[in-house]
Write a new protein. Structure first.
Length: 500
């Protein structure tokens, strides 16, 4: 411990965010540039260096949190970077995108605000890049073995980097026109500027990883033929089969899936469009779904200049304190306000909300719209009818209401990998009871030499689990190819987040 009494006398402090009126006019990250470094040393000094650090259990990567907290508090950024990168390929991603279950497991959080672990992580990663500590690590020798990785999200990129560094020749296949998966086209720029992704991809390229964009395995390339060309294959296509809302009026124009809408906004930032083909500008928007994707839609809608926006959450509004049935060290379901919700509240973006832009305990009954146009053209959505529900999802009598909506975004989560892309059928893969690609305890499928990493096998999860699975699947592939491995394997397919 750098300061044995740091947790007693130093209060938890978060980095400042830019004023709402300023940041909703651009797509830059919401934090004040340079606002983290002046405070992060003292925040890292709040770490108690617990005898049993439960923050480790909250993080599937096994991040060495007390170690790099102490190093940051001592201003030893190089060694902090070494300890951080020992367990995490992409800490600049997780430091911006992870909901930080490690902080819920912080021992200090039993009766005080937790250490700001996520912010310390981000500060180390950013300082490491600025100081030149992050460099390519190409293998000393090649194994002569080849691996194809399908999908370039966090699981695929982690697996590719680990296998490349182990000496295998790795090619990553991505069906989109750019590498990054949902990191590229799903995460809005204001949450993570894509320069962070691009410089990490440059590192992978310098190490020897190859990328094949615009290639859909299962459509453009037969998956079985691809398997025959490589010594092993890693499937890391994510869980991109979105959940549908089957209520009357779903066919009306103006109702879009979140992952139809968000990529278009990101493509504007990539320079593909001057204006997105689907925009919330001047519209009254309702977002159906209370999760992180819904919050991403909210921040995007605000920046596009919507007339109003309301987000519906079917769950009861949680309290601000940890519930008794969700004791430390589990990650509790409490009321949290994202940067996008903060923006909506300050701007008064929703006249119908319970709080910020959200309506809790709200279930959609149907969509209502204008009459079809001439020639049988589909009518456009004009309103959403909802009903209040109790904690068990049962409708509350007399609670129906109508919200004005000429644009609706569905952010209801994902049900597993896409089934109709040819990949699963061509390789003869099986699905488990949850609709994910079945695999054994070693990440292997029933098809020889084919492994599954990330959400495609686990189901919709967090970025830290995706990276952890990518690292573990890489160890399994390395063992398959070489007979043994020294690569770390932080998780197994059966591991799950810590819950009650």
């Amino acid at each position: 411990m750098a300061d044995p009494k740091g947790f007693l006398f130093t209060p938890r402090r978060l980095p400042p965010r830019r004023p709402v009126a300023e940041r909703v006019r651009d797509w830059n990250e919401v934090q004040v540039p340079g606002g983290l470094l002046p405070i992060v040393g003292a925040q890292a000094g709040r770490c108690m260096d617990c005898g049993i650090p439960f923050c480790h259990d909250g993080c599937p990567l096994g991040n060495l949190i007390p170690e790099w907290n102490e190093l940051v508090s001592r201003d030893d950024w190089r060694r902090a970077s070494e300890r951080l990168h020992a367990t995490n390929n992409f800490p600049e991603f997780t430091g911006r995108l992870c909901p930080a279950p490690c902080e819920s497991g912080c021992v200090l959080a039993i009766n005080q605000p937790a250490v700001t672990i996520e912010n310390v992580e981000r500060a180390i990663a950013d300082r490491a890049w600025e100081s030149g500590y992050v460099t390519p690590k190409p293998p000393e020798r090649l194994s002569g073995k080849t691996v194809a990785v399908i999908g370039s999200g966090p699981a695929g990129l982690a697996a590719a980097q680990q296998l490349t560094r182990a000496g295998h020749t790795v090619a990553v296949y991505e069906r989109a026109d750019r590498v990054g998966g949902l990191l590229r086209y799903g995460i809005p720029e204001f949450k993570m500027e894509k320069r962070h992704l691009d410089r990490r991809l440059a590192q992978l390229l310098a190490e020897g990883t190859k990328f094949r964009t615009g290639v859909g395995v299962g459509t453009d390339v037969d998956a079985a033929e691809l398997r025959a060309r490589y010594d092993a294959l890693v499937i890391a296509v994510g869980a991109t089969a979105w959940r549908e809302l089957s209520v009357p009026g779903r066919e009306l124009a103006g109702i879009h899936q979140a992952m139809e809408y968000l990529p278009l906004a990101n493509r504007v930032q990539e320079g593909d469009f001057a204006r997105p083909p689907v925009t919330a500008e001047g519209r009254h928007v309702v977002i159906v779904g209370g999760g992180d994707t819904g919050a991403d839609c909210l921040g995007t809608v605000l920046r596009q200049g919507a007339a109003s926006v309301t987000q519906l959450d079917i769950h009861v509004r949680p309290g601000t304190e940890r519930p008794e049935d969700q004791p430390w060290p589990v990650h509790p379901k409490i009321y949290r306000m994202s940067a996008a919700h903060e923006e909506a509240q300050e701007l008064g973006a929703s006249p119908d909300a319970d709080v910020d832009a959200r309506l809790f305990s709200a279930a959609t009954i149907r969509f209502e719209g204008a009459h079809p146009g001439p020639g049988g053209a589909t009518g456009a959505v004009r309103a959403l009818r909802l009903v209040g529900v109790d904690a068990d999802g049962r409708p509350e009598p007399g609670s129906e209401r109508v919200l004005r909506a000429d644009m609706v975004l569905l952010a209801l989560g994902f049900s597993g990998p896409e089934r109709d892309g040819g990949l699963i059928t061509q390789l003869g893969l099986e699905l488990d009871a949850r609709g994910n690609i079945a695999r054994d305890e070693g990440f292997a499928t029933g098809c020889e030499g084919v492994f599954v990493a990330g959400d495609a096998g686990r189901g919709q999860s967090l970025i830290v689990w995706a990276i952890a699975e990518g690292r573990s699947a890489a160890a399994a592939v390395d063992r398959y190819l070489a007979g043994s491995t020294t690569l770390p394997a932080p998780v197994t397919p059966a591991d799950r987040p810590m819950v009650v």
